[in-house]
Design a protein around this ligand. Structure first.
Ligand code: DMJ
Length: 616
């Protein structure tokens, strides 16, 4: 809670007593100062006193500078002058204070108390209050206009209504919990967040803002101010907390300018720093926020950290350094980059597993879906977010994409382009729903592609978008499965029962959004609209939206979870798909992997901290 909330409010009686006490104190201290100062006007005692109280420091100073004088009288004179001045200042201050109204004196005392309290607070709440001021400038396109064409306007309004329904259910039945169970109408939490609370609130802040749901945004802000607490003895996923909580807070700050979000983001970022205490600086996957003890997922190859986890911190950590003035965040993620750059890459590919202590790859599994995905995304976006100055990230991205194209991208006999998984040189002809984000990523990067690859990369992106659309179209419920295969006589269809579920994931719609922005081909809006209709028909329930266990079943069997990324990503990307391009325009913002928009850091950036500007 803000410091002021910790202070007992003073009633009229107590304020009078407080004032009286303060005046007495001032008079008394003025008297003491007077007496004390007078001692120095007595010729002999001044030397005696300066010998007792000031001798050692004076000698030390002089010895260091080599200016010891035999008598030390020049030094004594200086000290005496200072005491005289302090004495005069104290008298003037006391005189001024006595002329003030009791109310003003009370305010001053309260301010002084707040300052003392703030200074005495530890890292649990004190550090972030000492953040350097930054000048807040809202980047362009934080809000958007209605699309001119009535059908698109209607579709956009429909998506907003979906957000209202989804948010309304969460608010009514699960307020403060991490997620909503929309069938059983209660809160839900995944162990990814440990004991943290309010994932849905933080994840949804920017969606509320861009959809102009300002009252809800204000309520969510108040919850963050009062209840979002990171000082917990709990183990969390560093990646999930970074992309949803840090990312969500950063976006909320950049959109609204409310400094509470900056402070909370930096506070959480500081709590994540101990995760980097490994021999290589590659962070642990899991971290206890209180003890700072980290470890890796027990299932990850030989104690490895995961590429998509440690490789998906860069965007947020660069912004944390920018907003806090603390270079440590940026140093940590730049070091990850260095470690990766130096390692040998099999066929130019990045395996999903890396041991943080030995610095060696674990199993040679490569994926552009789960365990690998957002690492590639963050290379490209690190370059774009740096105002295209981060040449290292650029090179790593385009080199990696080349290796992926050569080794993982294939075309089915039916003509569908897909991205397979690579296991020690053997291909598994399966593509995850998660992998479908790659269409959008490749489209976003096509413009800067080296050589004359731009056209080719746009075609590749369009082919992936088509394949992912097929994975939806070939189901009964018209929503895509978790993974689909291109073997055993099937194309873009899930064959294993445990791959048939749909949990409201965003990746396919994310790709449609980018494809629409870069091509303006109306089919992408139509495909997005098909998804809206399927969501309405099969996922919408009385209290919100639920995932589905089998997209090939004739009627939906709900899993009773409304994932927080549904509001953070799925609905946001749908809304932007039906918005004008200048709403969160691609040349000013990049989306983190949880769809939280972060502004491009301009190379001529003048809004750095430490420049003694007014706080937002
Ligand atoms: C989100 O949390 C992020 O998009 C992440 O990168 C991958 N998985 C989910 C959504 O599917």
């Amino acid at each position: 809670p803000p410091v002021t909330k910790l202070l007992p409010s003073a009633g009229p009686t107590s304020s009078f007593r407080l004032t009286e006490r303060f005046i007495l104190l001032l008079v008394f201290s003025a008297f003491i100062t007077l007496c004390f100062g007078a001692i120095f006007f007595l010729p002999d005692s001044s030397k005696l006193l300066s010998g007792v109280f000031f001798h050692s420091s004076a000698v030390e100073t002089n010895t260091r500078t080599g200016t010891v004088s035999g008598s030390g009288s020049a030094n004594d004179e200086k000290i005496l002058a200072k005491i005289r001045k302090d004495h005069e200042d104290a008298l003037t201050e006391a005189k001024d204070t006595l002329q003030k109204r009791p109310e003003e004196i009370k305010q001053e005392i309260l301010k002084e108390k707040e300052k003392v309290l703030r200074d005495s607070l530890g890292p649990d709440g004190g550090d972030v209050d000492r953040l350097p001021p930054v000048e807040y400038q809202r980047p362009p396109g934080a809000t958007g206009q209605e699309p001119p064409d009535p059908r698109t306007r209607e579709r956009r309004a429909k998506v907003k209504e979906m957000m209202q329904h989804s948010w309304g259910g969460y608010k009514r039945y699960a307020w403060g919990a991490n997620e909503l169970r929309p069938i059983s109408k209660q809160g839900h939490s995944s162990n990814l967040f440990g004991g943290l609370k309010g994932a849905n609130i933080v994840d949804a802040l920017d969606t509320l803002y861009i959809m102009e749901m300002y009252e809800d945004f204000d309520e969510a802000t108040a919850w963050v101010e009062k209840n979002l607490d990171f000082s917990l003895n709990t183990e969390v996923s560093v990646f999930e907390v970074n992309i949803r909580f840090v990312g969500g807070l950063l976006s909320a700050y950049y959109l609204s300018g409310k400094d509470v979000f900056r402070r909370k983001a930096v506070e959480l970022g500081e709590r994540l720093l101990p995760a980097f205490k490994t021999s290589t600086g590659i962070p642990w996957a899991l971290l206890n926020l209180k003890s700072g003890i980290g470890r890796n997922w027990p299932w990850a190859s030989g104690g490895s950290s995961i590429l998509a986890e440690y490789g998906t911190l860069h965007l947020e950590f660069m912004h944390l350094s920018k907003l806090s003035g603390n270079p440590e965040f940026a140093q940590k993620v730049m070091n990850i980059r260095k470690v990766l750059e130096r390692l040998d890459k099999p066929h130019g590919l990045y395996p999903n597993y890396l041991n943080p202590n030995s610095g060696q790859w674990g199993q040679h599994h490569v994926s552009v879906g789960g365990l690998g995905d957002s690492f590639y995304e963050y290379l490209l976006k690190a370059w774009i977010m740096s105002d295209k100055t981060d040449e290292e990230a650029k090179k790593m991205y385009y080199d990696a994409l080349q290796a992926i194209e050569t080794n993982l991208i294939r075309k089915s006999s039916g003509g569908l382009t897909y991205i397979a998984e690579w296991k020690g040189g053997l291909l598994e002809h399966k593509m995850g729903h998660l992998t479908c984000f790659a269409g959008g990523m490749i489209a976003l990067g096509a413009d800067g592609a080296p050589g004359d690859q731009t056209g080719h990369q746009m075609e590749l992106a369009a082919e992936i978008a088509r394949t992912c659309h097929e994975s939806y179209a070939r189901t009964t419920l018209k929503l895509g499965p978790e993974a689909f295969r291109f073997d055993g006589g099937v194309e873009a269809i899930a064959t294993r029962q445990n791959e048939k579920y749909f949990i409201l994931r965003p990746e396919v719609i994310e790709t449609f959004m980018y494809m629409w922005r870069f091509t303006h081909d109306p089919k992408y809006r139509d495909w997005g609209w098909e998804a809206v209709q399927a969501l309405e028909q099969h996922c919408r329930v009385e209290a919100g939206y639920s995932g589905i266990r089998d997209v090939y079943a004739t009627s939906p069997n709900h899993d009773d979870v409304q994932q927080s990324f549904y509001q953070a990503e799925t609905l946001k990307y749908l809304y932007l798909l039906f918005s004008e391009d200048d709403h969160l325009p691609s040349d000013h913002w990049v989306f983190n992997t949880e769809a939280h928009p972060l502004p491009v850091i301009r190379r001529d950036s003048t809004d750095q901290p430490h420049k003694d500007k007014t706080a937002a």
